[in-house]
Design a protein around this ligand. Structure first.
Ligand code: ATP
Ligand code: MG
Length: 650
């Protein structure tokens, strides 16, 4: 056994250390937000590897969101760990399935289903149900719930009745849609996300030699955020283990936020019943947030009802005192967004890095008004952070074309070569006017930006070098990201932290979400989601809401019920009069194409620079100059807007 490099365990407190150095076998860490659970497991992995107990390739660490998996990889890398896998359940299953597919199904692996709602629509149509977008979305998530809960179409009606499920249609009808959807999907030879887990589980359960090979390879399993495991994920985990017990789980039952999708904290809370010999560690020191934020978090979760035993932990703050959390009420959403953008500007001017700031909201549709406000304030931002960039179809196709070209590289200074290959792959001279085509165009454009970056930093960089760079980024799951303020839903923010967090839209109907009203369990899940949001902040926490959605609209909304008991008594709720907001009245529009004007400079010029049929090179050049100057001021790269996994050149 090799000795430990000194220092690895110095950064852990005694309880964290006990979990990190526990011998291989079952380990369970039950603790609140910010107490160092993720830190403990990454150190445990590093410790097991360094002390020679396990080889890096034998470790499989899983979590639930792409971002959280990315965070785990970053932390492992920082500890010098290479070669241990840290993935989402889905990414792990997808990889394994691709590898085992020829043996268990035979053919080329089936593609991932694109356009799920369309297929659900066909299924609903067959069954004679309505095909309005909202109904299809409800049906799709009901099918997802059933699959994640291991409920077949045949079992659906009885189970839905037993668990008093609020089905989107008569349970028999839902079962029929579910059945038809599966059939359509199989005949199209595609798989959906849940199938990745189902097929992998089946491969391991039914093919002895596949299971043997897998278990020979992976020996040490770690699950972060275990409170959100679904029955399907648990079954896959059991198939991975195959009766072994080298499993470390960490979680916080108070952060269960996916129970609407079938997740349950029960496996976490009952871990010791399953593994009586498990090492169990409880942590309560909060290392993430200021005492002010911790106090607020304790209040939020202290008000929760029906907390299961084992989840009653109180966070004890460790960090020095900081600013009080701020509460603010606004007339309308654009005013709220403008005020948030102004605060962010002030933070940036005060030296806080853009990547240390996040705006978190309940539903993705809320992002738009913030994107606009940030763009107007000249603040770079990224939305939901570029996950699965290299899995996008147009990027996969572009990679094939680039690889082919790199085999016989043309003699042109790199960027031209890349542009010419990509123009054949769909990168037209001018962007399409909007929608999915524009998103694809933007994604391709970001590949050009990587080339520009490489050409500027590596002397003599050529096409093969560029392709190698992209491949390296793809392997490391490092999409071409750039710095910016994060815009994310509360669900996507799980496990992450920022120096400054803005929790926005804290009004009834949004937080808690409208359809949770009147449903006690759903309201409690919303409260946990709010707790997740509050506990993301290290230093600054702003909580805001507005009384109307639209500028000048009726003020018919109320602040969230979760604010009661949090706001200091007689809090004036910092009302900002509309006249000071600087953002009211109609949205500024381009006088040529009528599209929205996004940046201060665009508004000043009255032109957007993206007019589909009227290209004005001079205007583009002016905008570009302005962006570069602005980016320099902000100390960020000039092309920085992300929307849904896509880079956009602003
Ligand atoms: P969450 O429930 O939100 O996922 P967590 O329990 O996983 O939180 P971590 O993200 O691991 O918490 O840790 C929170 C912060 O506290 C991180 O910045 C981490 O580096 C820091 N931290 C954790 N433990 C210690 C420690 N012993 N000393 C100093 N800092 C620590
Ligand atoms: Mg964590």
């Amino acid at each position: 056994v090799r000795t430990n490099r000194p220092g690895l365990l110095d950064g852990l407190d005694p309880e964290q250390r006990a979990a990190a150095v526990a011998p291989r076998g079952p380990v369970c860490v039950l603790a609140g937000a910010g107490t160092g659970k993720t830190r403990t497991i990454t150190h445990r992995i590093a410790h097991l590897i360094r002390s020679g107990h396990v080889a890096p390739g034998q470790v499989l660490a899983v979590t639930f969101t792409t971002r959280a998996a990315g965070e785990m990889r970053t932390r492992l890398r920082a500890l010098g760990v290479e070669g241990a896998q840290a993935l989402t359940f889905h990414a792990a299953a997808r990889r394994q399935l691709r590898y085992f597919w020829p043996r268990v199904i035979g053919d080329r692996p089936w593609d991932l289903l694109e356009g799920k709602l369309r297929l659900v629509g066909q299924a609903a149509n067959k069954v004679g149900l309505g095909t309005e977008a909202e109904i299809l979305r409800d049906l799709a998530s009901e099918i997802e719930w059933a699959k994640a809960s291991l409920i077949s179409p045949d079992d659906y009606p009885a189970t839905a009745a037993r668990v008093q499920r609020d089905s989107p249609a008569a349970p028999e009808k839902v079962a029929e849609v579910y059945r038809a959807y599966e059939k359509l999907k199989n005949s199209a030879q595609v798989v959906d996300f849940d199938d990745l887990l189902l097929h992998t589980t089946a491969a391991l359960e039914e093919h002895g030699e596949v299971a043997r090979e897998f278990r020979e390879r992976y020996r040490c399993f770690i699950v972060d955020e275990y409170q959100d495991v679904t029955p399907l994920q648990q079954r896959l985990l059991d198939a991975w283990l195959g009766g072994r017990d080298d499993l470390t789980v960490v979680g916080d039952a108070n952060q269960t936020i996916y129970s609407f999708g079938g997740a349950s904290p029960r496996p976490l809370l009952e871990f010791t019943r399953r593994f009586p010999e498990a090492t169990v560690v409880r942590l309560e020191r909060d290392y993430r947030s200021t005492p002010q934020v911790v106090e607020l978090a304790n209040k939020v979760i202290g008000a929760a009802r029906n907390r299961p035993t084992g989840s009653r932990l109180r966070l004890v703050a460790q960090r020095p005192a900081g600013a009080e959390p701020r509460f603010a009420e606004f007339e309308d959403e654009p005013t709220e967004a403008a005020a948030v953008a102004a605060r962010i500007r002030a933070l940036l001017d005060g030296g806080v890095a853009a990547s240390e700031i996040a705006i978190l909201y309940r539903i993705n549709a809320q992002s738009e008004v913030y994107e606009q406000a940030l763009a107007e304030a000249g603040v770079p931002y990224l939305v939901r952070g570029g996950e699965r960039f290299f899995d996008r179809r147009e990027i996969r196709q572009a990679m094939v074309a680039l690889r082919t070209a790199a085999a016989d590289p043309p003699p042109t200074e790199l960027v031209t070569a890349v542009r010419s290959v990509l123009s054949r792959a769909g990168l037209t001279e001018q962007p399409p006017s909007g929608g999915a085509a524009k998103e694809r165009w933007d994604a391709l454009l970001s590949l050009v930006e990587v080339a520009e970056e490489l050409a500027a930093t590596v002397e003599g960089a050529d096409l093969p070098r560029y392709v190698a760079e992209l491949e390296q980024r793809a392997a490391a799951q490092h999409p071409p990201t750039v710095e910016g303020v994060t815009l994310a839903s509360l669900h996507a923010a799980k496990g992450l932290e920022w120096e400054a967090v803005f929790l926005v839209g804290l009004a009834e109907g949004t937080m808690p979400i409208l359809h949770a009203d009147g449903d006690g369990d759903a309201i409690e899940e919303e409260r946990r989601l709010f707790y997740v949001g509050v506990t993301r902040a290290r230093e600054h926490l702003w909580l805001s809401w507005s009384l109307s959605r639209h500028a000048g609209g009726k003020r018919h909304r109320r602040r969230s019920r979760f604010m009661y008991g949090l706001l200091p008594e007689h809090h004036p709720a910092a009302r900002v009069p509309r006249s000071q907001s600087g953002r009211s009245g109609p949205k500024p529009r381009c006088r040529v194409c009528g599209g929205p004007l996004l940046e201060t400079m665009e508004i000043k010029l009255g032109r957007c620079g993206r007019c589909p049929s009227n290209v004005d090179e001079e205007l583009l050049a002016r905008l570009k100059d302005w962006r570069i100057t602005r980016a320099k001021e902000l100390k960020v790269p000039p092309f920085v807007v992300f929307t849904d996994a896509t880079l956009i050149a602003i």
